[in-house]
Write a protein that binds this ligand. Structure first.
Ligand code: GLA
Length: 387
């Protein structure tokens, strides 16, 4: 992929001389869904599908962006003094937002540059294609202009851009794992402290299989913000009885004791998901350490049930994919990411993989007329320069 990227770069910017190449992965979250904005534990990993990018530094102050995935946009250009959000810049706002924020924080970007990107992450599939671009561009800036920013801060700045420039109110999970991911490991990330532990993902008997429903995450913006707001409302009520600053600090027994004060079934459901999903994620970490993959599988499926019934962020197609997975050899399956479309993640015994793929494809096609895309995940490092 990086080779392709260099060829594209030379075609688009034929005058460029020194070209540096970077790769930024996508992400899959194994468990701990919709709790990264409630201070919970999440367990994401970086995947080999992602964005490759090339950069060459210019002598003037111009900046230019090209993506072969959005070739209709052509080359989007501006300069280092004009970095405001422009709707027509489309995908390039994720890149320009990063430059805007770095400059606002007084990081020195002395020269303009040309960037080209090519990716194999399906957009709108819930595999964080936008966070992958943010991570790619911020890493390029950090390396090419020697900004000396830690990976932790690169993640926080990228999340800040997503929240304040793009105006998507996401948590820290995607940017953090894309920048800090470690090959063959998931991170057990405490989203409150940003401390993490590694979870080995090279499983001798099982594969992690990703199924793309091909349903674009339509409602995600509005419903995502609505869920965040419901969690905040529930927290305010719990705080009258419990000394907590985030929903995921509440234990299941405290939740059961106090839930009747919430006064609304919706708030009970939302906060029940947050509290128990956090516990499932911690239990899942223990199950991995004990190599108890049946337990891991049961926790994944329980997470899906909770996202479907209590958090209400699933949809018919995701539920169908989970059902088909469980009927065809998977020991645990769930939707991954924000929901309302996108992908599922399933644990499947290696010897059952081919049968699994065929049965899920056929079943999904019969029910929906759609051809599900199936990827077997390889877990890679976070964004870095390719050498
Ligand atoms: C999106 C957001 C993340 C996280 C997930 C749900 O991917 O960007 O911060 O909230 O949804 O777990």
């Amino acid at each position: 992929m990086s080779l392709d990227c260099k060829t594209i770069h030379q075609e688009i910017y034929p005058y460029s001389t020194e070209i540096r190449t970077f790769f930024s992965p996508g992400r899959v979250n194994l468990i701990g869904e919709h709790i990264d904005y409630n201070g919970g534990y999440v367990m994401p990993f970086a995947i080999s599908n992602g964005n490759a990018g090339c950069i060459s530094i210019r002598l003037d102050q111009k900046i230019a962006f090209y993506s072969s995935n959005f070739s209709d946009y052509g080359i989007i250009s501006s300069d280092l003094e004009h970095l405001e959000y422009v709707k027509d810049n489309g995908w390039a706002n994720y890149a320009i937002g990063i430059i805007y924020e770095l400059k606002k924080r007084n990081y020195l970007i002395p020269n303009g540059f040309d960037i080209s990107i090519t990716g194999n992450l399906p957009t709108g599939a819930g595999l964080s294609s936008s966070a992958s671009i943010e991570a790619l561009v911020i890493t390029m800036m950090n390396e090419c202009f020697h900004l000396g920013i830690s990976k932790r801060d690169l993640s926080l700045i990228s999340q800040y851009v997503e929240n304040n420039y793009i105006h998507v109110n996401c948590g820290i999970m995607d940017q953090f794992v894309i920048l800090n991911g470690i090959k063959d490991h998931a991170l057990l990330l405490n989203t409150s402290s940003l401390e993490y532990k590694l979870v080995p993902m090279l499983l001798t008997e099982y594969e992690i299989v990703i199924c793309n429903s091909l349903v674009k995450r339509g409602l995600v913006g509005s419903k995502y913000n609505e869920r965040r707001q419901e969690c905040d409302e529930a927290l305010v009520i719990f705080q009258k009885f419990l000394d907590v600053s985030e929903l995921c600090q509440i234990s299941p027994s405290q939740f059961e004791m106090c839930k009747s004060y919430l006064g609304s079934n919706t708030l009970v459901k939302r906060s029940r998901h947050a509290v128990y999903e956090n516990y499932r994620t911690i239990e899942c970490f223990t199950a991995f350490n004990n190599k108890d993959y049946f337990k891991v599988g049961r926790l994944l499926t329980a997470s899906h049930e909770s996202l479907k019934d209590d958090y209400e962020v699933s949809c018919y197609e995701l539920d169908l994919l989970v059902e088909l997975a469980l009927q065809n050899g998977s020991i645990g399956s769930r939707m991954t990411g924000a929901g309302f479309g996108g992908c599922t993640v399933s644990l499947v015994n290696k010897k059952d993989i081919e049968g699994f793929k065929k049965a899920v494809k056929d079943g999904y096609y019969q029910a929906t007329g759609l051809l599900v895309e199936i990827l077997v995940a390889s877990v890679v490092d976070g964004t870095k320069e390719e050498v």
